[in-house]
Design a binder for this molecule. Structure first.
Ligand code: MSP
Length: 650
């Protein structure tokens, strides 16, 4: 925050989403939180900037476009317009939406690359590792889980390419100091400790380019390389502010107050991004906050399983405010949470229809019935009145304190403490009984006044979470058109009576939970069955590579060989090193099959070898040729023959 004669500023960002498919409820969770925080700060008078966007480059996007038969740009344009539509439906109040394919972003990323290079922080080298194509990540041997990608669990392949590297290792000590000595830079604590351990193990320099595909921002001066997605992506937080050539917004809002990110990308935001900024001598963001995941059926939502929850479906059925309330009320920031229809429906019914909706309709109805629709002033105060007033006055400071910690669920609970107190107050005061006794007229005035006052405060406090419901409440309370100010939630006198209430439709319809649940489960079963049918159909569909000419095939020199010796690669758990006899020649050949065969099982097998494949080094050892294996998508099986070794195959 920048203080001065101008408004204090508050810059909050969401991650920029991959437009690889439509977003599900898990993605919307982060954006809903960021939006609530932005609205909260605006309510408190800050000059807020909420930024979101899309991360559009990389191999995965290029592959998806190819599958659909369109250009990558056409592909992302379509998905991104769907994402923007979703945010509109969800009433996300973003101030900027940055797309990494926009010229304003691309030219600034290149400038960042140039500056890091000029600083001596970029060098050219070779990148090797286990590569997961869907995740676009290289992994080291020790990071693999059961030989597969630790993020998505899919098979990885050994890959190597010319690449540019960022000297991340140079910033290791400064990043460690940041994490250890500025505890509020990264929260929650568990993530901070994880990152400290990660940095302590030593930071390798970071590969920041790729030459194996071209859907990306070109490396300045090297038409064969594109900047790898994380440098491209992280930089969005400053390029959208105009850095470095148009610095008005940058000067105003940078450094960001908060980068809100999911737990799996905390590493990029709290280690790599600060190091890049250090290289450029730019100020660091003030806070990185890592939230947990919404899980379903015990795991991550996955399109292929068909268990993704579609936010638009829920909004159409229950309304945007009910959905936002549920997401923010049910889950604890920083922890994973399980999404179930039942929990969602119960929250909507109990908290919204029963507690809040009822309170509003009962209050308005009683003011209409007993006081001609005009809120009376308070006359005197007894113990019960005082208790309600104190609860009402305690709500805003409690909300403030919890929002400061991004505890959205507790902030909402603070508001509901007041809602429930007010409902209980009605039961205690029994206004219908007071109305029967002319001697109790003043007590009834106070009672109705206090209820209207409590609801006025609630209508202010819920603005960040459910602004449409707040507006509806204020119409019913006779406050429409009046400015909504945070400070007005800190007083109980408020209107002091006189407002003309106006009965309206119930704020939230009461749901028949059993019936809704049955319908939602039927929809889910149907989508899951459809996804399974699609996956099964795809599994039997054999995708052939494009046709080749006989001359292409003739280029291969396939030979029969005998495996004489087999052992594990000393530096790679997944590789086996074979000594193969081909006629009177002995060759060393390396294959990534240690997960499927023990070395001793392979000795003596008559195999088929691509004998004229260009030799290459795999983790320090030379491999001359390649053995043929059949791949059923689950395991590799060696192709064998009963022919004599040395014989040509064709
Ligand atoms: N493009 C990168 C981020 C670059 S930021 C400089 C990326 N994109 S993503 O689309 O895969 O994920 C975006 C965000 O959505 C991440 O913060 C991720 O944690 C979040 N979520 C995706 N699925 C989620 C759940 N099921 N639950 C909660 N958040 C989830 O990563």
């Amino acid at each position: 925050m920048t203080e001065g004669s101008e408004k204090k500023t508050f810059y909050i960002s969401t991650p920029i989403y991959y437009p690889s498919s439509n977003l599900h409820i898990g993605h919307t969770y982060c954006t809903v939180m960021a939006d609530a925080m932005a609205r909260f700060k605006r309510l408190q008078g800050y000059d807020v900037r909420l930024q979101t966007g899309t991360d559009e480059h990389g191999l995965k996007i290029a592959q998806k476009a190819k599958e659909k038969g369109v250009t990558p740009q056409e592909y992302v344009d379509e998905v991104v317009s769907g994402i923007q539509k979703l945010w509109k439906t969800m009433e996300i109040s973003y101030d900027d939406f940055i797309r990494t394919t926009e010229p304003r972003h691309m030219k600034r990323v290149q400038e960042m690359f140039r500056r890091m290079d000029a600083k001596g922080d970029i060098y050219k080298g070779k990148y090797e590792g286990w590569y997961c194509t869907p995740c676009e990540s290289y992994w080291t041997e020790s990071q693999l889980v059961n030989g597969c990608c630790p993020d998505c669990g899919r098979p990885v392949e050994w890959a190597s390419e010319d690449a540019y590297f960022f000297r991340l290792s140079k910033y290791q000590d400064r990043v460690l100091d940041l994490l250890e000595n500025h505890p509020d830079f990264l929260q929650p604590e568990t993530r901070r400790h994880e990152m400290i351990e990660f940095v302590k193990q030593g930071l390798d320099d970071l590969c920041i380019s790729r030459s194996s595909f071209d859907w990306g921002i070109q490396v300045p001066g090297d038409p064969n390389s594109v900047i790898y997605v994380w440098l491209d992506a992280l930089t969005n937080y400053v390029t959208a502010l105009g850095w470095p050539d148009d610095t008005e917004l940058y000067d105003k809002y940078w450094p960001a107050d908060v980068h809100l990110v999911g737990k799996e990308i905390v590493r990029f935001h709290s280690v790599i991004w600060p190091a890049m900024l250090m290289s450029l001598d730019l100020p660091l963001p003030k806070h990185v906050l890592g939230h947990g995941w919404l899980l379903i059926d015990g795991g991550k939502m996955s399109k292929s399983k068909g268990n993704v929850v579609d936010p638009v479906f829920l909004i159409d059925r229950y309304g945007i405010d009910a959905l936002k309330y549920f997401l923010l009320r049910e889950y604890t920031f920083g922890q994973d949470g399980v999404f179930t229809n039942e929990v969602m429906l119960k929250r909507m019914n109990y908290d919204l229809a029963n507690d809040l909706g009822n309170l509003v309709s009962r209050t308005v109805a009683m003011i209409e019935k007993y006081r001609g629709g005009v809120v009376p002033p308070a006359r005197g105060e007894d113990e019960t009145d005082r208790d309600l007033r104190e609860t009402a006055l305690g709500a805003a400071p409690a909300v403030d304190a919890h929002m400061e910690k991004f505890s959205f669920n507790l902030a909402l609970e603070d508001i509901w403490v007041l809602v429930r107190r007010a409902n209980k107050y009605i039961d205690e005061k029994m206004p219908w009984a007071l109305a029967k006794d002319p001697e109790k007229a003043e007590e009834l005035d106070t009672c109705l006044h206090n209820l209207a006052e409590s609801l006025r405060i609630v209508s202010i406090l819920i603005v960040p979470f459910m602004h449409t419901t707040s507006e509806k409440m204020r119409v019913q309370l006779g406050l429409a058109g009046q400015p909504v100010r945070w400070d007005d939630a800190l007083t109980f006198e408020g209107v002091g009576g006189g407002a003309a209430v106006q009965k309206g439709a119930p704020l939230f319809p009461r749901l028949d939970i059993e019936k809704e649940l049955a319908e939602l489960e039927a929809v889910k079963a149907k989508t899951m069955a459809e996804a399974k049918a699609k996956a099964d159909a795809e599994a039997v569909k054999v995708e052939l590579k494009p046709e080749i000419e006989i001359e292409d095939f003739d280029k291969l020199d396939l030979r029969v060989g005998t495996i004489m010796k087999a052992e594990r690669h000393p530096k790679a758990d997944r590789l086996l090193v074979f000594q193969v006899r081909v006629g009177n020649e002995a060759r060393q050949v390396i294959s990534g099959v240690a997960d499927y065969y023990k070395p001793e099982e392979m000795v003596g097998k008559k195999v088929i070898l691509v004998a004229n494949l260009k030799p290459r080094k795999l983790r320090g050892l030379e491999s001359k040729g390649m053995l043929l294996f059949a791949d059923d998508g689950k395991r590799l099986s060696i192709v064998t023959t009963d022919a004599e070794d040395g014989n040509p195959v064709g």
